[in-house]
Design a protein around this ligand. Structure first.
Ligand code: ABN
Length: 181
Protein backbone atom coordinates (compact mmCIF):
# COMPACT_ATOMS: atom_id res chain seq x y z
CA UNK A 1 0.00 0.00 0.00
CA UNK A 2 2.76 2.43 0.96
CA UNK A 3 4.52 1.70 -2.36
CA UNK A 4 1.39 2.66 -4.19
CA UNK A 5 1.35 6.03 -2.34
CA UNK A 6 5.06 6.54 -3.06
CA UNK A 7 4.44 6.07 -6.76
CA UNK A 8 1.43 8.37 -6.70
CA UNK A 9 3.35 11.17 -4.91
CA UNK A 10 6.29 10.71 -7.28
CA UNK A 11 3.99 11.13 -10.23
CA UNK A 12 2.46 14.31 -8.69
CA UNK A 13 5.96 15.69 -7.96
CA UNK A 14 7.11 15.08 -11.53
CA UNK A 15 4.03 16.69 -13.04
CA UNK A 16 4.37 19.75 -10.80
CA UNK A 17 8.09 20.07 -11.54
CA UNK A 18 7.49 19.81 -15.29
CA UNK A 19 4.84 22.55 -15.04
CA UNK A 20 7.12 24.90 -13.10
CA UNK A 21 10.00 24.32 -15.55
CA UNK A 22 7.76 24.99 -18.52
CA UNK A 23 6.47 28.25 -16.97
CA UNK A 24 10.02 29.37 -16.12
CA UNK A 25 11.10 28.74 -19.74
CA UNK A 26 8.15 30.62 -21.20
CA UNK A 27 8.37 33.65 -18.90
CA UNK A 28 11.85 34.98 -18.29
CA UNK A 29 12.95 36.38 -14.93
CA UNK A 30 13.13 39.89 -16.39
CA UNK A 31 9.57 39.91 -17.58
CA UNK A 32 8.46 38.62 -14.16
CA UNK A 33 10.39 41.38 -12.36
CA UNK A 34 9.00 44.04 -14.70
CA UNK A 35 5.43 42.89 -14.11
CA UNK A 36 5.91 42.57 -10.34
CA UNK A 37 7.45 46.08 -10.28
CA UNK A 38 4.49 47.54 -12.17
CA UNK A 39 2.06 45.88 -9.79
CA UNK A 40 3.94 47.25 -6.76
CA UNK A 41 4.06 50.81 -8.13
CA UNK A 42 0.34 50.64 -8.99
CA UNK A 43 -0.55 49.42 -5.52
CA UNK A 44 1.53 52.14 -3.86
CA UNK A 45 -0.07 54.87 -5.99
CA UNK A 46 -3.64 53.79 -5.21
CA UNK A 47 -4.04 55.70 -1.91
CA UNK A 48 -2.82 58.89 -3.64
CA UNK A 49 -5.58 58.90 -6.21
CA UNK A 50 -8.60 61.16 -5.63
CA UNK A 51 -11.62 59.23 -4.53
CA UNK A 52 -15.29 59.70 -5.28
CA UNK A 53 -17.31 60.41 -2.16
CA UNK A 54 -20.50 61.07 -4.06
CA UNK A 55 -21.65 57.44 -3.80
CA UNK A 56 -21.95 57.47 -7.58
CA UNK A 57 -24.64 60.15 -7.43
CA UNK A 58 -26.84 57.99 -5.18
CA UNK A 59 -27.03 60.56 -2.39
CA UNK A 60 -27.99 63.32 -4.81
CA UNK A 61 -30.50 61.20 -6.65
CA UNK A 62 -32.15 60.28 -3.38
CA UNK A 63 -32.57 63.91 -2.37
CA UNK A 64 -33.12 65.60 -5.71
CA UNK A 65 -35.52 68.51 -5.38
CA UNK A 66 -36.19 72.15 -6.08
CA UNK A 67 -33.28 74.60 -6.32
CA UNK A 68 -35.53 77.30 -4.78
CA UNK A 69 -36.71 75.20 -1.85
CA UNK A 70 -34.32 75.74 1.07
CA UNK A 71 -35.43 72.44 2.63
CA UNK A 72 -34.12 70.58 -0.43
CA UNK A 73 -30.48 69.53 -0.88
CA UNK A 74 -30.76 70.97 -4.40
CA UNK A 75 -31.26 74.51 -3.05
CA UNK A 76 -28.47 76.61 -4.59
CA UNK A 77 -26.97 77.79 -1.28
CA UNK A 78 -26.41 74.19 -0.18
CA UNK A 79 -23.97 73.50 -3.06
CA UNK A 80 -20.99 72.74 -0.78
CA UNK A 81 -22.88 71.47 2.27
CA UNK A 82 -22.14 68.17 3.99
CA UNK A 83 -24.55 67.62 6.88
CA UNK A 84 -28.12 67.95 8.17
CA UNK A 85 -30.19 70.93 7.06
CA UNK A 86 -30.98 73.08 10.13
CA UNK A 87 -34.20 74.20 8.42
CA UNK A 88 -35.42 70.61 8.79
CA UNK A 89 -34.07 70.24 12.29
CA UNK A 90 -35.89 72.94 14.29
CA UNK A 91 -33.90 75.93 12.98
CA UNK A 92 -33.90 77.91 9.74
CA UNK A 93 -31.69 78.33 6.67
CA UNK A 94 -29.46 80.76 8.59
CA UNK A 95 -30.14 80.14 12.29
CA UNK A 96 -29.39 77.29 14.66
CA UNK A 97 -32.24 75.47 16.42
CA UNK A 98 -32.90 76.49 20.06
CA UNK A 99 -30.51 74.76 22.44
CA UNK A 100 -27.62 74.69 19.92
CA UNK A 101 -25.01 77.30 19.01
CA UNK A 102 -23.16 78.17 15.79
CA UNK A 103 -19.66 76.74 15.32
CA UNK A 104 -16.77 79.15 15.77
CA UNK A 105 -15.08 77.85 12.60
CA UNK A 106 -16.77 77.00 9.30
CA UNK A 107 -16.32 75.78 5.74
CA UNK A 108 -16.89 78.42 3.04
CA UNK A 109 -18.08 77.36 -0.40
CA UNK A 110 -18.81 79.20 -3.64
CA UNK A 111 -22.29 78.68 -5.06
CA UNK A 112 -24.01 80.09 -8.14
CA UNK A 113 -27.42 81.64 -7.61
CA UNK A 114 -29.48 80.45 -10.60
CA UNK A 115 -31.77 83.49 -10.23
CA UNK A 116 -29.08 86.09 -11.08
CA UNK A 117 -26.26 83.86 -12.44
CA UNK A 118 -23.79 85.28 -9.89
CA UNK A 119 -21.40 83.41 -7.57
CA UNK A 120 -21.69 83.88 -3.80
CA UNK A 121 -19.54 82.88 -0.84
CA UNK A 122 -21.59 80.72 1.51
CA UNK A 123 -20.47 79.94 5.06
CA UNK A 124 -21.50 76.51 6.32
CA UNK A 125 -21.54 76.76 10.10
CA UNK A 126 -22.36 73.67 12.07
CA UNK A 127 -24.79 74.03 14.98
CA UNK A 128 -23.41 72.42 18.10
CA UNK A 129 -24.57 71.16 21.45
CA UNK A 130 -27.64 69.07 20.64
CA UNK A 131 -28.06 65.49 19.50
CA UNK A 132 -28.91 64.99 15.81
CA UNK A 133 -32.51 64.19 14.94
CA UNK A 134 -33.36 61.30 12.64
CA UNK A 135 -36.01 63.34 10.78
CA UNK A 136 -33.48 65.97 9.58
CA UNK A 137 -32.64 66.00 5.87
CA UNK A 138 -29.03 64.96 5.31
CA UNK A 139 -27.29 66.51 2.29
CA UNK A 140 -23.96 65.64 0.75
CA UNK A 141 -23.03 67.98 -2.09
CA UNK A 142 -19.62 69.35 -1.12
CA UNK A 143 -18.99 70.94 -4.53
CA UNK A 144 -15.33 71.93 -5.09
CA UNK A 145 -14.30 70.05 -1.97
CA UNK A 146 -11.01 68.15 -2.15
CA UNK A 147 -10.08 64.81 -0.55
CA UNK A 148 -8.89 64.52 3.06
CA UNK A 149 -5.18 64.72 2.26
CA UNK A 150 -5.76 68.30 0.95
CA UNK A 151 -6.33 69.60 4.48
CA UNK A 152 -8.09 72.95 4.47
CA UNK A 153 -9.96 72.07 1.28
CA UNK A 154 -11.75 69.14 2.88
CA UNK A 155 -15.32 69.49 4.14
CA UNK A 156 -16.10 66.25 5.94
CA UNK A 157 -15.21 67.78 9.29
CA UNK A 158 -17.10 68.49 12.50
CA UNK A 159 -16.79 72.28 12.69
CA UNK A 160 -17.99 72.16 16.32
CA UNK A 161 -14.42 71.15 17.23
CA UNK A 162 -13.56 74.69 18.41
CA UNK A 163 -16.70 75.06 20.53
CA UNK A 164 -17.01 74.03 24.16
CA UNK A 165 -19.80 71.66 23.27
CA UNK A 166 -18.54 69.66 20.29
CA UNK A 167 -21.67 67.62 19.58
CA UNK A 168 -22.79 68.14 15.95
CA UNK A 169 -26.47 68.86 15.29
CA UNK A 170 -26.99 70.48 11.84
CA UNK A 171 -25.53 72.97 9.34
CA UNK A 172 -26.72 76.44 8.25
CA UNK A 173 -25.96 78.07 4.87
CA UNK A 174 -25.22 81.80 5.31
CA UNK A 175 -24.33 84.04 2.34
CA UNK A 176 -21.31 86.09 3.45
CA UNK A 177 -20.44 87.91 0.23
CA UNK A 178 -20.01 87.78 -3.51
CA UNK A 179 -17.23 85.77 -5.07
CA UNK A 180 -14.71 87.73 -7.21
CA UNK A 181 -15.63 87.77 -10.88
N1 ABN B 1 -19.74 69.60 8.95
C1 ABN B 1 -20.63 68.53 9.09
C2 ABN B 1 -20.02 67.31 9.71
C3 ABN B 1 -20.18 67.08 11.05
C4 ABN B 1 -19.62 65.96 11.62
C5 ABN B 1 -18.86 65.11 10.85
C6 ABN B 1 -18.71 65.35 9.48
C7 ABN B 1 -19.29 66.47 8.91
Amino acid sequence: MSKLFDRLFNAIDKTAEAGVRQTAQRHGRRSFLAKAGMAMVGTMALPLLPFDRSLGGLALAATAGDSDDENSCEYWRHCALDGNLCSTSGGTLTSCPPGSEASKVAWVGTCRNPNDGKDYLVSYNDCCGRAQVASATFCFRSERERPGYRMGLHNDINWCMANTNKGYHCTVSVVVGMADA
